[in-house]
Design a protein around this ligand. Sequence first.
Ligand SMILES: [Zn+2]
Length: 344
Amino acid sequence: MFFGTQRLPSPIHDLAREISSIDSVHEVEFMMGSVTTQPLFSFGVIADVQYADIPDGRSFLGTPRYYRNSILVLQKAVQAWNQHGNLKFVINMGDIVDGFCPKDQSLSATKKLVHEFQKFQGPVYHMIGNHCLYNLPRRELLPLLNIPRRDGDDNAYYDFSPTPEYRVVVLDGYDISAVGWPEDHPKTLAALKILEERNPNSEKNSPEGLVDVERRFVKYNGGVGEKQLEWLDGVLRGAKELNQRVIVCGHVPMSPGVASKAALMWNFDEVMSVIHKYDVVKVCLSGHDHKGGYFVDSHGVHHRSLEAALECPPGTYSFGYVDVYENKLSLVGTDRMQSTDFEI
Ligand SMILES: [Zn+2]
C-alpha cells in the first residue's frame, strides 16, 4: 500500500508525480484504489423506532420518549438510505413498535412501520425486540417481519452473506424469554425459572437490589438457547473455513462494556465464549439500551449499541450506515447517532 486508508501523509501532487512516473495501467489503478478505497459494501442501520400513536412520555429513568415522532425519524432514514444509492441492505435492530401502543393497534402499527421500511429500495432485515413481543406473539410477528421460521418453531435467528468476504449473523436474543412464546412453551417456563432464581423482586422487570451484571436478570431481557448456541458455533466455524469476517447483530447488547448492566443479554458470557472461539467476528451491533455505546472487548471484538430513534426530539434524527472495508468498518451516523470507526 502506498497510503493508508485513513491518513494521506503525502500531498496529492506527490501522488500525481508518482503516477506519471509509472506506465503500468494496473499499477495506476492499484495506486488510485489505495487512495480512494471503496467499501466492499455498505448497509443502513436504525434501532429502537418504538413507534406508538400516543403522546410523548418518559422511560422508567425519566428519559423523554417521542412515540409519534419516531416514524418521522424512520422516514428520514429511508429517504437518506435511498439517496445514498449504494446500500446493499438495511438492518433494523428491533423494537419496531412500543409496548405502550394500544393493543387494538398493535397489528396495524407494526404493518405501518414495516411498510415504511419497505420504501427502502433494497432488502430490509428485521429482528425481534422485547417491545415487538409486548405487541404481538412470535407466530404473528415473524411473517410480518419477513423472518423465516427455523427448526419447526418460531425461532428468529438467521444469517446471510452479503459478499463472499463477509457474513452477517442475526441473533434471537429473546429465544429464552418470558414474553412472546405461548404461556406453556418450554422456553417460557425456562425463562420464568431463570427469573425466579436470579431476581428476587416480585416485579421481574425491576433490577432493584441486583448488583453489577446480575442486574441483567429482568423480564425485558432474554437469552440465547442451547440450540441457537450450537447453530452459532456452526455458522462461525463455517465462516472461518471460508475465511469470512462476521458482523453479529442482536437486539440485546452482549458486553457489559457497551451498555447498562440492566440491558444485557442473560447469557452474554456463553454467547461471547462461542464468538471468541473463532477469530472471525469483528463487530457486534445491538439496540435496546437507547443511549448508545462503544466498547472493544479483551479479544478485540468491537461492540456498538446504537442510539434509539425513539429518543430523538422532533427535528433531530438517529440512523446511519456502515461502510465495510477490508480492514475497517465505519459507522457513519446522522445527527444523534455517533460515527464510529472499527479498525479490524
Ligand atoms: Zn428493547
